[in-house]
Design a binder for this molecule. Structure first.
Ligand code: ZN
Length: 446
């Protein structure tokens, strides 16, 4: 395939600079970023005048299986939200409804410039999520949600052996699939949904496969109290006792933490996925992010699921991540540049992909986003060597409306409202059909 030469654009490589020039991609990778590049005879040349190119966003906590449930579970706190709405709806998923939900979520993520995700599946039909990810071209990880505790929701509960067996088969099938674009990350939902027996076996499996493990922790005070009652310990201490305190573990939320837990997070290099939008909507709390950063704890961003946000936009999460800390820690807390890095490189590091994504750099994957700097509400000042107004625009003022194109692995996966090989009209109609039959099966109404 011919090289593609993007010229006359402004590039934010994520190294503290803003450069005007051109970028050459081929074979799925960025080959060159330079002031001016002469086209070769077979090049396809794309003019990016008035456009800003940024690395794709990496969101480290997403539930594609819940996209269908958007706008159907408001004004509840975590445990009631799960028990009365989310778990019954997840339990009612068929392979077809899960596929529809995943496609809808991926479409939204790509349209908002997110190119890599860490997704948490539901208990059944996980193949449907991977199939949608494979077809639509997003990069990332998903994994079966593990729920075997006798006290957990009946409609999703599995036996320990069934859960572990399916987990192994899925890992064999999907880890490294789509030429390495997809990976498998098992997801023990949270400590309260899993038996110690399952966690022990999973720990051995994860150590053997060297894969990520994706879970929730310390999100809500009721959940923290229930964990304390069951384990006689705090969440992170219990994860440590079970053998999970290492750099493979990605924990969403981490709001309610003791001093000892913060120390374990830092020492064990556990990755924290900060989800400010979800934490506000479920009234869970405000994670002590500036303190965690100061202690060297690794942070990235995620929108969580559509019903607790209700957006899957990296722009929204960046804005909230900064704004919610300012009344608590003063106006200089969470400056735009650091927040943008958290949403890109931070995510890449959390997923062990920091040599591949999160930057625009020769040798890195061609995962990037083209932004129209003249979109109303943006009026982005593009001036070589002055990246600060661009960081400000992206974090405080920006929204998905300015995203024109999203590229993953050198492939155009989103282009001005369209997805290659997919009718958006058909996707939406099928999602609505699937949702109404899912609600009937769940015995719920809209
Ligand atoms: Zn979540």
């Amino acid at each position: 395939m011919a090289d593609i030469l993007f010229k006359n654009g402004f590039f934010l490589p994520n190294d503290g600079t803003l450069r005007k020039g051109s970028m050459r991609i081929s074979g799925g990778k960025i080959r060159d970023l330079s002031k001016s590049a002469r086209p070769k005879p077979k090049d396809r040349v794309v003019d990016l005048s008035g456009r800003l190119v940024i690395p794709g966003f990496v969101q480290t906590h997403i539930h594609l299986c819940q996209t269908l449930f958007r706008n159907l579970a408001d004004d509840l706190a975590l445990l009631d939200w799960l028990k009365t709405k989310i778990w019954p709806m997840e339990a009612a998923h068929t392979e077809q409804s899960l596929y529809a939900s995943a496609r809808l979520g991926i479409a939204e993520l790509l349209a908002g410039g997110t190119t890599t995700i860490l997704d948490m599946g539901t208990v059944r039909h996980t193949d449907a999520i991977f199939t949608a990810m494979e077809e639509m071209g997003i990069r990332g990880f998903s994994g079966k949600c593990l729920m075997d505790d006798p006290a957990t929701f009946r409609g999703l509960r599995e036996s320990t052996s069934t859960a572990l067996k399916e987990n192994r088969l899925l890992a064999d099938r999907w880890h490294g699939a789509a030429k390495g674009r997809l990976g498998y990350a098992p997801a023990p939902r949270f400590l309260l949904s899993c038996t110690n027996q399952l966690m022990k076996a999973l720990q051995e499996e994860a150590a053997h496969r060297k894969c990520l493990v994706h879970s929730h922790s310390s999100e809500n005070r009721e959940e923290v109290a229930a964990v304390r009652k069951r384990y006689g310990k705090e969440n992170i201490e219990a994860f440590q006792q079970l053998g999970f305190a290492n750099g493979q573990l990605v924990l969403a939320h981490c709001i309610w933490l003791s001093e000892n837990e913060k120390q374990i997070l830092a020492e064990a290099k556990i990755k924290v996925a900060h989800c400010p939008g979800s934490n506000l909507k479920l009234a869970s709390g405000i994670a002590p992010v500036p303190e965690l950063m100061k202690r060297g704890i690794h942070l990235s961003l995620g929108a969580d699921g559509a019903p607790c946000n209700n957006r899957l936009s990296a722009f929204s999460e960046m804005r909230l991540a900064s704004l919610i800390q300012k009344p608590l820690h003063g106006p200089t807390a969470m400056e735009a540049k650091n927040v943008f890095e958290m949403a890109t490189l931070g995510g890449a590091k959390a997923l062990g992909l920091e040599e591949m994504v999160g930057r625009l750099q020769p040798g890195f994957a061609a995962d990037f986003v083209v932004i129209d700097a003249a979109t109303p509400g943006w009026n982005l000042l593009l001036q070589e060597g002055h990246p600060n107004p661009v960081y400000s625009g992206l974090v405080f003022g920006g929204g998905v409306e300015a995203v024109e194109e999203t590229w993953v692995n050198g492939r155009l996966v989103y282009n001005k409202g369209r997805y290659p090989g997919l009718s958006t009209d058909q996707m939406h109609k099928s999602a609505l059909r699937q949702l109404s039959s899912l609600l009937r099966r769940a015995g719920l109404s809209a």
